[in-house]
Design a protein around this ligand. Structure first.
Ligand SMILES: [Fe+2]
Length: 452
């Protein structure tokens, strides 16, 4: 292992990249995002200080935005890159290849650099090294430098559209739509549909890669990673149920936008670290109704997309929230989105909790038959299984592998749940039956990271 690539540095690098992207996003929220932006800039500065530890004083921390995944001092960051679509897009538009950060980087300097990268300083556009140098001087930027591509106007390497790009596009769509909703603008639904369509095609071609990447821990608090994972789960399940292209697109769009109402929940409630007070809960529970209001105002919206936003916290009999004025039963797509929403929330890794094993989450979800649409739940459980496609698993010899296909039959024709098709870290397939091996349990998060 690279001696500089310790778990602490990896975590701090992720925090830094996430904080920069989130601060840039909060900038778009204007006044509403001010305290959130300040908090994230502080997080970023703490991460910079941690990453400078052990280096000489003149070391410049380098964020390489041309790479996919983005690298900080050579450390690849697939999880944070997933959510850094805005940062990369703005950098690309402004010809910025690398951001360097000196040890004395502070909140003020970082904020100015992000303003230059964003759109809040008119005339800040630059397309060559000279123009950036002028801007650095004009704004007194010393610790933070935006470094242009060597060839003016040359765009970073966008030729390779890989799995991470698909996920990044989905995540950016969630962010863009949330931002539009906050500003009262029309959502970019055409763009959302085309991104969902590309993701559905990629999911069919490379399910284990897409679903595997979606297992990364989630440190965003704006539902971006959650919405992307719910969309992937819903499309994966609906695809396995034989949904055609149009229905798959509706399901993906509905799932991706199901939490759009959270964009109108007050920021101090949405991002509160700690337990919510009763009145804060009441504000949070408004998000399905707010989401449906945002969506119903959009031209050419599918009913099921509005329905999923309104009903994803409702049981099949209409109980739950929000309270409908008349007796009301959620539709089929809403029923599927609800299942994926709860499963994701139970199994996701968050800064404050470990993810629950899929089998355990499914067992909990099966306890109360009134809680979920039972036909969807059975189908979901069969599709996802105890060791979902894309997840890292521990084998009976202690090694770690990644599940790529569940549809493996035992000799009696039943599905061999403990012997799915798996690949090793180097991509080689391992025949579990031929080697007398079985899957024992989901791999620990650390092992999972290495295997994906
Ligand atoms: Fe929700």
């Amino acid at each position: 292992m690279n001696p500089t690539n310790t778990p602490q540095r990896y975590a701090a690098s992720n925090t830094l990249l996430d904080a920069l992207n989130d601060a840039l996003f909060a900038q778009g929220l204007g006044h509403a995002g001010a305290s959130r932006r300040q908090q994230r800039l502080e997080d970023a500065v703490d991460a910079v200080a941690m990453l400078h530890r052990g280096h000489r004083e003149d070391h410049l921390l380098s964020i390489d935005l041309r790479r996919q995944p983005i690298q900080i001092d050579g450390i690849e960051l697939p999880a944070a890159s997933l959510r850094a679509g805005r940062l990369r897009r703005l950098a690309e538009e402004r010809g910025v290849a690398t951001i360097t950060l000196a040890a004395r980087t502070d909140v003020g300097q970082l904020g100015i650099a992000l303003d230059l990268l964003g759109e809040s300083r008119p005339g800040a556009l630059a397309d060559d090294v000279g123009a950036w140098t002028d801007l650095h001087c004009r704004y007194g930027l010393q610790a933070v430098r935006l470094v242009s591509t060597l060839e003016p106007g040359a765009s970073p390497n966008r030729a390779r559209r890989d799995t991470l790009d698909e996920l990044q596009d989905l995540a950016s769509q969630v962010e863009d739509n949330h931002l539009a909703a906050v500003q009262g603008d029309e959502l970019g639904l055409d763009e959302t549909r085309s991104v969902v369509e590309r993701a559905a095609a990629a999911l069919e071609e490379r399910p284990s890669e897409l679903l595997g990447l979606a297992h990364y821990d989630d440190i965003d608090r704006f539902t971006v990673g959650h919405s992307v994972r719910v969309a992937l789960l819903a499309m994966h399940t609906a695809g396995a149920a034989g949904f055609d292209h149009d229905r798959l697109q509706q399901v993906g769009t509905a799932a991706l936008l199901h939490d759009i109402g959270k964009s109108l929940v007050p920021a101090h409630v949405l991002f509160k670290r700690g337990k919510l007070e009763p009145e804060e809960w009441a504000a949070m529970m408004e998000h399905p109704r707010l989401g449906a209001q945002i969506l119903v105002a959009q031209p050419h919206i599918d009913d099921c997309v509005v329905g999923a936003a309104f009903c994803h916290h409702m049981r099949p009999d209409g109980a739950g929230y929000p309270k409908a004025l008349m007796p009301f039963r959620p539709g089929s797509v809403s029923g599927l989105v609800r299942i994926c929403d709860v499963f994701e929330a139970l199994t996701a890794v968050r800064p404050y909790k470990h993810g629950m094993a899929p089998a355990e989450a499914l067992a909990i979800m099966h306890r109360d038959p009134g809680e979920f649409d039972q036909a969807w739940l059975r189908h979901f459980a069969r599709t996802i299984g105890p060791f979902p496609v894309g997840s890292a698993v521990e084998l009976s010899d202690g090694s770690v592998a990644r599940v790529v296909d569940l549809d493996v039959r035992a000799e009696d024709g039943s599905r061999a749940w403990d012997r799915p098709r798996v690949v090793l870290e180097d991509g080689r397939e391992l025949d579990l039956a031929a080697n007398g091996l079985r899957v024992l349990r989901p791999a620990l998060p650390g092992a999972q990271m290495a295997a994906v």
